[in-house]
Ligand binder design. Structure first.
Ligand SMILES: [Fe+2]
Length: 262
């Protein structure tokens, strides 16, 4: 219980059936592979991996690519569905260790709770009563510090189009979280951009995608030119959190242009 826990958070891989499938001009499988290779070069290695949804881009055959790439890490991989996932296919493809979809996991002094905010056929999110009750039960049953993971954003991203597809009953989520002071952070995906704020002492984090990013603070949908990224989290035994987002520049393309210039 006294050791620090290290997590690698990736989000929104948006994989396709075809290995060369691309989202907004970014080949998503190659981009995920580059992100994992970059993260794998960082020490110390993570104790577990967290993926906050949109594992595939509406093509369930993409789960096989995800499973193959993540199994190589030989670490637990905690997953939640996003609006582009197919929950049934996801649970079937990722239903065995090292994968876990939903529920919660205990690591050291921390409990990681995995929430499902998806609504079939909708881009926006909602937390069903049963999901909120499961969250409350998971937090009531343990005195561990808690990191709550969810796909959709529970606060405004100051972006009109994105704020229309967040969690539509976030106040119900915060009502549960406010009743459990051991909750230290909420971390989500969906928004394909970095966010880091606090609410009543709870860290609120969004992690950029492993593929194309969305332009922050934009009224309308717009792609951002920032590169793929991942987040490193250190969950300290004293309940504090250290975290950083690492942007993975396209080293191969940089080398290619240097070659062309030379
Ligand atoms: Fe996404």
């Amino acid at each position: 219980m006294s050791r620090d826990i290290r997590l690698l958070q990736i989000s929104d891989p948006h994989l396709f059936a075809s290995p060369s499938g691309a989202l907004r001009g970014v080949e998503s499988l190659a981009s995920l592979q580059r992100v994992l290779a970059h993260a794998g070069g960082r020490k110390p290695p993570p104790d577990a991996v967290l993926c906050t949804g949109d594992i595939v881009n509406d093509e369930p055959a993409g789960y096989a690519h995800f499973a193959r790439e993540l199994e190589k890490l030989a670490k637990p991989v905690y997953c939640i569905p996003g609006n582009h996932d197919d929950p049934a296919s996801m649970r079937s493809a990722l239903g065995q260790p090292p994968f876990q979809v939903g529920g919660h996991a205990d690591l050291g002094a921390w409990r990681i709770v995995l929430l499902d905010s998806c609504v079939p056929g909708k881009a926006g999110g909602h937390l069903r009563d049963a999901e909120l009750a499961a969250l409350d039960a998971a937090l009531s049953a343990s005195e561990r510090f808690a990191l709550v993971c969810v796909h959709h954003h529970p606060v405004s991203m100051a972006s009109r189009w994105l704020d229309a597809v967040g969690i539509d009953n976030a106040e119900a989520l915060f009502e549960v979280l406010d009743a459990h002071p051991q909750v230290r952070a909420v971390s989500w995906g969906h928004v394909h951009q970095l966010f880091d704020a606090r609410r009543r002492g709870v860290r609120l984090l969004a992690t950029p995608a492993t593929c194309a990013q969305f332009l922050p603070l934009s009224e309308r949908f717009a792609v951002d030119g920032r590169p793929p990224a991942y987040r490193r989290l250190t969950l300290r035994a004293d309940g504090t959190i250290e975290t950083e987002v690492v942007w993975v520049e396209a080293a191969a393309e940089v080398r290619d242009s240097a070659h062309l210039l030379g």
